[in-house]
Design a protein around this ligand. Structure first.
Ligand code: BDR
Ligand code: CA
Length: 308
């Protein structure tokens, strides 16, 4: 069994990613830390708890940072709905929020499983930045961190330069990127184009007739509509599940490479931009493993297996 920790601003695509990890036969999710991002942290923790319960698990869900390190919160209701879950207004889970601070619980988990804990981040990096500031020793104890964030080879989604998770808390992203945690950046580009679930693929998922398949489509209702209206892309884009798929099966990333990556925190125009030094012109040591290309068919197959 592999130990996972998931840090998440649980809205609709986060929920599908959490479900994939919880339903993976070879993964033990030690804990889930909620962070402010798509929605306020209380709503995110509520959605994570609902997802855990749907999967028949009792995975602890901790409450983390309620705002970015230095900036005002930015929400993404327009993409995920008022509840973050496609306005499905799912009932409150019976599983309570686990007592204790998410950041401290994460530090404890890493120290209890040194070299045997995979971190998957699906939201702004506030919790993780706080953790490495409080306990720098944990950086080298994390086996690997898979981060949904940034945009290495494409435009951003909340600004021309930046992807949402990094834009929301760029200072936190900068701290984490330079913390020494072995980290693969799975940028927003990997959920676009062919990686979207088109109408036929969504119909096939619906035909599974499982609560998991219905949940994945229903809670993404707002996201599906916005994806089509705003980006003109077919169907459903799933940035967090693509990253989770790479964490579950690293061979899904077909081409990757270590680069020096920095995060812009100084300009409003390029706030949160992930600047990738592909040519090594800065002469800075590589700090990030950048995922350049994914195996789209294999990502979708892993998703389907999780939903059956
Ligand atoms: C990221 O932002 C959020 O809206 C999604 O959950 C994903 O983590 C995509 O930019
Ligand atoms: Ca997310």
């Amino acid at each position: 069994m592999r130990n996972f920790w998931i840090d998440t601003d649980t809205a609709s695509d986060d929920a599908v990613a959490i479900l994939m990890a919880l339903r993976a036969a070879d993964v033990n999710v030690l804990g889930i830390s909620a962070v402010s991002g798509n929605i306020p942290v209380e709503k995110g923790a509520r959605n994570a708890r609902y997802t855990v319960e749907l999967c028949g698990k009792k995975t602890p869900v901790y409450m983390g940072a309620s705002r970015p390190l230095l900036r005002e919160p930015v929400w993404a209701y327009f993409f995920h709905g008022e509840d973050g879950m496609g306005n499905m207004n799912y009932p409150e889970a019976t599983l309570p929020v686990t007592e204790g601070n998410a950041v401290l619980a994460f530090i404890d988990a890493v120290r209890a499983h040194p070299g045997d804990i995979t971190l998957v981040t699906l939201g702004p990096l506030t919790n993780i930045a706080l953790a490495v500031r409080i306990a720098p020793d944990i950086a080298k104890k994390i086996s690997m961190c898979y981060t949904m964030g940034g945009a290495a080879v494409t435009l951003g989604n909340v600004s021309p330069a930046a992807e949402f998770n990094i834009y929301v808390d760029p200072e936190a992203a900068g701290i984490v990127f330079h913390s020494g945690i072995p980290l693969m950046m799975v940028g927003w580009e990997h959920c676009r184009g062919e990686a979207n679930l088109n109408d036929e693929e969504m119909a096939m998922v619906r035909s599974f007739k499982t609560p998991f398949a219905d949940f994945a489509l229903d809670c993404n209702a707002t996201a599906i509509a916005t994806n089509q209206k705003w980006l003109g892309e077919p169907g459903l884009s799933l940035p967090d599940p693509v990253t989770m798929a790479v964490a579950l099966d690293p061979a899904i990333c077909l081409h990757h490479g270590s680069c020096y990556v920095d995060v812009d925190t100084t300009s409003e125009v390029t706030r949160g931009m992930t600047v990738v030094d592909q040519l090594g012109v800065t002469n800075q040591p590589a700090n990030i493993d950048v995922c350049w290309k994914i195996n789209v068919a294999r990502w979708k197959e892993l998703l389907y297996q999780s939903l059956k």
